[in-house]
Design a protein around this ligand. Sequence first.
Ligand SMILES: Nc1nc2c(ncn2[C@@H]2O[C@H](COP(=O)(O)OP(=O)(O)OP(=O)(O)O)[C@@H](O)[C@H]2O)c(=O)[nH]1
Ligand SMILES: [Mg+2]
Ligand SMILES: [Zn+2]
Length: 276
Amino acid sequence: MIGQITKIVRDIHTVSYGTIHYDCKCRGKIRNLRQVPVVGDYCEFNPDKLIIEKILPRKNEFTRPNVSNIDQLIIVTSVVEPDFSTNLLDKFLVTANISQIEAIICLTKEDLASPLQLSAIKDTMKYYQKIGYKVISNQNLEIIKVNLQNKTTVFTGQTGVGKSSLLNKLYSNLSLPTGEISLALGRGKHTTRVISLFDVNGGKVLDTPGFSSLDFNNISREDIKNSFREFQQFNCPFKDCTHTKEIDCNVKKAVADNKILKSRYENYLKFIERRK
Ligand SMILES: Nc1nc2c(ncn2[C@@H]2O[C@H](COP(=O)(O)OP(=O)(O)OP(=O)(O)O)[C@@H](O)[C@H]2O)c(=O)[nH]1
Ligand SMILES: [Mg+2]
Ligand SMILES: [Zn+2]
């Protein structure tokens, strides 16, 4: 039979076939092929022996979090608790871009922010919309649902931002565990421990453990540069301009003229530091 891996805990791979779930182990052959199954993989499995025989070819794969066969990411971003960070948001957007997976930004905890905080973040979000990202709010479930139709969507983002809470609000039957924010530490406690895929009305969603940081190992300066999509429209005199030390650089001019958001450029500089 052909099923989809919807959860992995140690060597137990939950394979879902319609609404039935089978907890399977992998045939040694798969490990010998150095294939590491991930959530989202389709596989051939034996429901009597509870063995996965073969992992089927992937449409695509993503490493942070480690999933396959997905259509889009929703980058869940709280305005406070944990504090809004363009650094982390831009990192998530770079990783999505490199894997050529569409990313939607979803704001949460607007109810906890001061009017001043909220208006500053809304202004920043207008810039992200201008450069082509969809920005939605966890207060508007209907719009989110429309965006999930007929797609496989990964909910990702920092720990404690409200990924599992949002999924519970969208689909009350999921009853996912959600956590308290540890105010003392100023960051979440990693409530969700494993990636899970759920077949919901008209689509599939993946809840994932949050990150407290993201590193950029194995990402080249070139890939990072190309991921700052709005930089492309400012043609620099040097074809290979890195937008750093070059004297004549149109990206730097655009930053000075407020055409490029300052934090985007600053994050770009931070990301390419010590890169190849
Ligand atoms: N006030 C307010 N609280 C929220 C909102 N969204 C989530 N929370 C709270 O934030 C806390 C953390 O939410 P979770 O859904 O567990 O966060 P998570 O992103 O799944 O975290 P991890 O599983 O650790 O990655 C919970 O106490 C939620 O009730 C929101 O929009 N407003
Ligand atoms: Mg969670
Ligand atoms: Zn330049």
